[in-house]
Ligand binder design. Sequence first.
Ligand SMILES: C[S@@+](CC[C@H](N)C(=O)[O-])C[C@H]1O[C@@H](n2cnc3c(N)ncnc32)[C@H](O)[C@@H]1O
Length: 342
Amino acid sequence: MTTDAGLHTVMLMRELALSAGYAGILRAAAELRLADALGEAPATVTELALEVDADPEALARLLRALAVHGVFAEDGQGRYTHTEMSRLLRADAPRSMLYMVLWATEPWTWALWGRLAEAVRRGGEVFGEVYGKDFFTHLHEDAPDSAQVFDRAMTQSSVMSARMVAEMLDLDGAGVVADIAGGQGYLLATLLERHPTVRGVLFDLPKVLLNPDPRLAEGGTLAGRARLVPGDCRESVTPGADVYVLKNILEWEDESTLRALRNVRAAARPGAKVVVIENLVDGSPEMKFATAMDLLLLLNVGGRRHTKDGLVGLIGQAGLEVTDLRRVGPYLHMIESTVPGA
Ligand SMILES: C[S@@+](CC[C@H](N)C(=O)[O-])C[C@H]1O[C@@H](n2cnc3c(N)ncnc32)[C@H](O)[C@@H]1O
């Protein structure tokens, strides 16, 4: 006989099984730019449908599904208003997550999740088989829109953490800081603004550097103190910086992670500081997100979200001496190490 508790469990399982649908619902809101279409005043579905060029009846169903999750609210008179969640989908929100939502639901993610069992059997990525190239090569050669979504999503998530990282990172006495795989450079720009005598190097894949943070770009407020260096950190990195930052990049299979760390060690002078900043999977306050992201990394780059011991171990294996491990805000850890031989 089914008990009440059993029924609850059945409902949880049904919801979990349909969670791809929830992601799809959220993506539709982002693609339609619904949050930008709705201003401060409540709007009817008909008004919104006109604004985003949608079928009113279908849009009513989408809005009802979104409101169940707290994304938009219905005011009891058939009009919709913003909620704290729906405001995060506005392009101009201070903590906008528009591109984060688009990135996490890009077409390539749908193609990969269906092959998770295969990736688990194999213990490696499936991206190459689906798209014929590795993840970043595919993005940059075949999917420029998706690449742009990716870069913007990384910048939006950096906005959340850059200030905290800048507050914690001691750059006293440093002349040059290099952000390896630093994306569009939001974190580097934040560091340079905070430390007016420090110069910076932004190192990333060539296509990413075509569209840097405006402060670092030619004519930008920090351009005189910043160098943009295109390259592949699995091949080599810019030599001679006093501090190397690697944030959310050591998420490949361990061989590539070790190669990148060893390249940093080879490029840095003895005594230089190497700062690795990552979301760790153990002790994360958001285990549902962290464990799913860990598996998305398995699917697309054969990589992982590390445990504390796992990442510290790899940094040691690369010949760096770990000196400190601290939390940065609720989601990130900062592991400081030095290049031996000073
Ligand atoms: C997850 S994002 C993190 C970006 C940035 N560090 C941040 O925290 O916002 C990973 C970055 O690594 C870059 N990347 C990937 N493979 C790389 C490689 N082989 N060499 C240099 N950069 C690479 C990507 O272009 C992307 O900007």
